[in-house]
Ligand binder design. Structure first.
Ligand SMILES: [Zn+2]
Length: 331
């Protein structure tokens, strides 16, 4: 059947666009299966709805336009350069919630950005005294300073030399300042003449991560609407686990960079710099760095059904409260 053949060909084409022809062999079979199923669903929507005889009406033209549409997304300029491991010369801003999130999501790729503005939404230090004390620091200020030092060492090892900026919300509390943070970030994006921003997905992993996504989307709309890409962080799995290095299935196809041995070694060395975070960083692998164009989010709706990852821990924020704060900032 035509559909079978074109699905195989389309899957290959899209994977080549996303991964680069040389690393296609590294694509997991499961990922290929998911992509093929998604393609099939999309193709079924272009079949002629008036035809009820069950015949395969998919044409080569349908598939070509679908592949072009998807490949164009996968091949945005910055994504293409990342897959080629080539320098990115346009001004890019990476908006991370905490010092270490940029390394988790994009550590092995940071050195490719030649005009990078690295913005942290929080200073990485919770204001709750017992939390700070548990890390061995006497104050939130000394904890924030230590995280800053760890960041700078990691960037050095990663060969990255970004301009650094900090919006300065307390760790765990960015969602309480969404409007002010948006205004401050919009200003930075305009000054930097940013053409592309990279940030967290809206996925319920951490309230500050979701706040960073909210603030980035709103600030980009208020500035000059730069392209928004996403890096991965973490989110809840339905079975109670936590998913890392992947996105929720709620947006465009991801472009997955399969990291070389040397890149993985460098990323591991970068992650080791965040001594104060070593317990939580152990869960992150270094095999791949997925990126994708950001979907348009409804920040007043939950990112997924069921309990969010941050609702499972001892954090004081709930999804309902977070969405209430987002709705207020949108009003
Ligand atoms: Zn974080």
């Amino acid at each position: 059947m035509l559909t079978e053949r074109v699905l195989d060909a389309a899957t290959d084409l899209i994977l080549r666009a996303g991964y680069g022809a040389t690393s296609l062999g590294a694509v997991a079979a499961a990922e290929r299966k998911v992509l093929r199923r998604e393609l099939l669903e999309k193709l079924s929507s272009v079949e002629n709805p008036d035809d009820c005889d069950g015949a395969d009406n998919t044409t080569v033209g349908d598939v070509q336009s679908l592949v072009t549409e998807i490949a164009e997304v996968a091949l945005s300029d910055v994504l293409l350069r990342l897959t080629q491991r080539a320098p990115v010369d346009v001004p890019v801003a990476l908006i991370a919630a905490h010092p270490d999130d940029e390394t988790i999501g994009a550590g092995a790729s940071l050195h490719l950005f030649r005009r990078l503005l690295l913005v942290h939404v929080t200073d990485g230090a919770p204001r709750r005294l017992q939390h700070t004390a548990a890390t061995g620091f006497v104050s939130a200020v000394s904890y924030a300073e230590a995280r800053r030092r760890e960041l700078k060492t990691a960037l050095d090892i990663g060969g990255a030399d970004p301009e650094l900026a900090i919006l300065g919300a307390p760790d765990q509390e960015a969602s309480l300042q969404l409007a002010d943070l948006t205004a401050a970030l919009a200003c930075l994006l305009r000054q930097h003449d940013t053409t592309c921003v990279i940030t967290h997905p809206y996925e319920g992993g951490h309230p500050d991560h979701d706040a960073a996504a909210f603030v980035t989307h709103r600030a980009a709309a208020r500035a000059h609407e730069p392209e928004i890409l996403e890096m991965t962080s973490y989110h809840a799995e339905p079975d109670g686990g936590v998913a890392t290095a992947c996105f929720l299935p709620n947006g465009p196809f991801a472009t997955v960079i399969a990291l070389s041995e040397a890149e993985q070694a460098r990323k591991r060395a970068m992650l080791k710099c965040f001594v104060s975070q070593h317990l939580s960083l152990d869960q992150f692998g270094t095999g791949r760095e997925p990126f994708r164009p950001a979907p348009r989010y409804d920040f007043t709706a939950p990112p997924h059904s069921g309990m969010l990852h941050y609702e499972r821990g001892d954090q004081r924020m709930t999804g309902a409260r977070w969405r209430e704060l987002a709705a207020r900032a949108l009003a």
